[in-house]
Write a protein that binds this ligand. Structure first.
Ligand SMILES: *Cc1c(COP(=O)(O)O)cnc(C)c1O
Length: 376
């Protein structure tokens, strides 16, 4: 018997998520060390020292179940954002929250709008709920086209829109005015999930107070994470902020202990460590300059990015007689540098590279220069 056929067709149709290659895996394959991984938008500084200390302290209580209500972390978030407990949902990474939103609200037959080249989890969560995704062409230099997304969102049966700001993998950004115009125009029965995984990296002049928008838009769900600027990707912790009624539905489908106790303690400490977030952003800005200037010197195009990563275009082999992005990815692996191919995002001519430490960025740029030299 073919057991996969026991799963509903919409589950069988899911294409598995492709994560960045782990360092240990490449070490096993090549038998080399000193590998640089710039493939998963992780924080090159590691985690905040305050979070590390909180984790060690939390380990003494590891035999106990975590606080399923997340009291300490919700207290910290509610003070930070001046928002009530009832509007906060904690998640096992913000990925969990995207899935909770889909699972709580979507049923087979519902439709969901997102953009081409948007974060892969939107399509995965949509499909897993048996709903149908509408992927809207990203005509604005790979960025979301909100007016086209609005036109899609007013269609019959559309229940949810996912917006990533900044978006991964493209790094594109939408300003507050555009977002507000969209929220005002979208029908109130359409939920808008605003994924702000890279919010902390935005420069002062681009920041906007999306949390204050929750009062005006009870259909808004904001998701944030401790995986990126806070450096806690391995712990899996994120949160969503939403109106009370929406948050209540997410909490009903949430596993009671979805965020472990060590992660909760670390997140509370990380939120207080503003120095660490500032250092992270400064390092990211310097590294972004280093990498984009290096790409320019190599004559490569890139998509201006507002996150901690950037996509560069590797000319199609048919055009240039050189390496395509897939071949370049494999050559960089041999040279000990892991980046991210994004053909599965509909961008077969691009590689995404995360911003690392200065030495890691340098290693990437010199490996890239070497590989391009070989192609010529
Ligand atoms: C990394 C990322 C997330 C989720 O990360 P978690 O580790 O699950 O919190 C969500 N959205 C986008 C756009 C991301 O790039």
């Amino acid at each position: 018997m073919n057991y996969s056929e026991l799963a509903p067709p919409y589950i069988r149709a899911i294409a598995p998520y492709q994560p960045g290659k782990p360092i240990a895996e490449l070490e096993r394959e090549l038998g080399i060390s000193g590998i640089v991984k710039l493939a998963s938008n992780e924080n090159p500084l590691g985690a905040s020292p305050l979070a590390m200390a909180a984790m060690h302290a939390a380990m003494s209580d590891i035999a106990r179940y975590p606080d399923g209500s997340g009291f300490d972390l919700k207290t910290a978030l509610s003070e930070r954002y001046q928002i009530e407990f009832a509007c906060i949902v904690l998640g096992n990474g913000s990925n969990d929250l995207l899935e909770l939103a889909a699972r709580a609200f979507l049923a087979p037959g519902d439709k969901v709008v997102y953009a081409d080249h948007a974060f892969a989890v939107y399509a995965l969560a949509t499909q897993a709920a048996g709903a149908t995704g509408i992927s809207v062409p990203a005509t604005k230099g790979f960025g979301h086209d909100l007016s086209a997304m609005l036109q899609a969102a007013v269609q019959h049966k559309v229940k949810m829109v996912f917006i990533a700001n900044p978006n991964n993998p493209t790094g594109t950004f939408l300003g507050a005015v555009e977002l507000l115009d969209f929220l005002r125009a979208v029908p109130p029965q359409v939920l808008v999930v605003l994924d702000e995984a890279y919010n902390e990296y935005l420069p002062q002049n681009l920041r906007y107070d999306s949390v204050s928008w929750l009062r005006e838009f009870p259909n808004l769900i904001i998701s944030r994470t401790f995986s990126k600027a806070y450096g806690l990707a391995g712990l899996r912790v994120g949160y969503a902020l939403a109106g009370e009624l929406v948050a209540d539905m997410l909490n009903r489908v949430r596993q009671p202990f979805n965020v472990n106790s060590v992660a909760q303690a670390a997140a509370v400490a990380a939120l207080q460590d503003e120095d660490f977030v500032r250092q992270t952003c400064e390092l990211n800005q310097a590294g972004m300059n280093q990498i984009t200037q290096g790409l320019k010197r190599l004559g490569l195009e890139f998509i201006p990015s507002y996150g901690n990563f950037v996509c560069c275009r590797i000319a199609n082999p048919a055009e240039s007689g050189g390496k395509g992005a897939g071949q370049m990815y494999r050559r960089l692996l041999e040279l000990g540098v892991i980046v991210r191919p994004i053909a599965n995002y509909g961008m077969p001519d691009y590689l995404r590279v995360s911003i690392g430490l200065e030495s890691e960025n340098e290693k990437f740029l010199s490996a890239l220069a070497q590989a391009l030299g070989e192609a010529a």
